[in-house]
Design a protein around this ligand. Structure first.
Ligand code: PD2
Ligand code: ZN
Length: 280
């Protein structure tokens, strides 16, 4: 097929197939069989069906969501090598604020390691497959490889224990440094299903289903992590971390969040994004 275009007729056909009981997965298969490019087919499905187009998780995906053991609501959770404080927990959307996830020394070490490799942050490009510098995020950032050093492995093992989600389902830790005036405008951490680059991104472990933002220092003023849909502002405090999970790539999860502008001092965070399956 040359020039592949998502026409109203195509969307209508997808709607009819769904009404006839075919799953998004089987409609995708039919489209691929008749020569549609996979990313255009997925885009057409996402545009037509919205959140219900969420396709089958990757093979080996872990069911459920990352979730700390909070049934007893004890003041601390055992994270293996450290007792982590539970400072606040919201059920819907799931947002948990932890204290003492990292020691002061661990925060300092992560900042020192990351500091040498910081570059202006990039996000997924709006037009293609790569990433691009984005005005919505005015911080500097870098990624660690998973288990890159003994310290990073220890932190990742602790996160896996705390959130009861396999270590190999996590992306490498990302460190961001915000200077005064820098911010991260509100966004969702899941990959937008209708975005052309999403099908490729999902090949490496499926969707993101949870985020842990760890504060590596305490800015003098500003820099809260904000959740506009639920009116929640989380103050960045060294060693604390905010966790939230999302069971579908859709605004109904109410996980819109951002980093408010830093007013004074710097703000450093380490973010762990958790995928449905093994992140490769
Ligand atoms: O630094 C933050 O507070 C922040 C806000 C929103 C970090 C992220 N998102 C992220 O790393 O996804
Ligand atoms: Zn985010």
């Amino acid at each position: 097929m040359s020039q592949q275009v998502i026409t109203p007729e195509l969307c209508e056909w997808i709607t009819e197939q769904t009404a006839a009981g075919h799953s998004a997965e089987s409609i995708l298969g039919a489209m691929l069989g008749s020569g549609w490019d996979e990313s255009i087919a997925r885009l057409a499905l996402a545009r037509t069906l919205g959140q219900s187009a969420t396709l089958t998780p990757p093979p080996g995906a872990t069911p459920g969501l990352p979730e700390p053991e909070l049934t007893r609501f004890a003041p601390v959770v055992d994270a293996g090598d450290r007792q982590v404080k539970v400072l606040m927990a919201l059920r819907q959307p799931r947002v948990v604020l932890f204290g003492d996830v990292l020691s002061n020394e661990e925060c300092d070490e992560v900042m020192a390691l990351a500091g040498k490799r910081l570059a202006r942050s990039e996000t997924v490009a709006t037009g293609g497959d790569g990433s691009e510098v984005n005005a919505a995020r005015t911080s500097d950032g870098m990624f660690f490889e998973r288990c890159e050093t003994e310290l990073i492995r220890r932190v990742e093992t602790r996160i896996a224990t705390l959130l009861r989600w396999p270590l190999d389902h996590g992306e490498g830790l990302q460190v961001l440094r915000y200077r005064p005036g820098a911010e991260y405008q509100p966004h969702y951490d899941y990959f937008e299903p209708s975005h052309v680059s999403t099908p490729n991104i999902l090949k490496r472990g499926g969707q993101r289903v949870g985020t842990l933002v760890i504060y590596l220092n305490t800015p003098t003023a500003g820099g809260s992590t904000i959740f506009p849909d639920i009116g929640l502002d989380v103050a960045p405090v060294k060693g604390n971390a905010v966790f939230f999970s999302y069971d579908r790539p859709h605004p109904s999860t109410q996980t819109l969040h951002g980093g408010a502008p830093v007013i004074e001092g710097e703000k450093w965070v380490a973010t762990k994004w958790l995928r449905q399956g093994v992140f490769t």
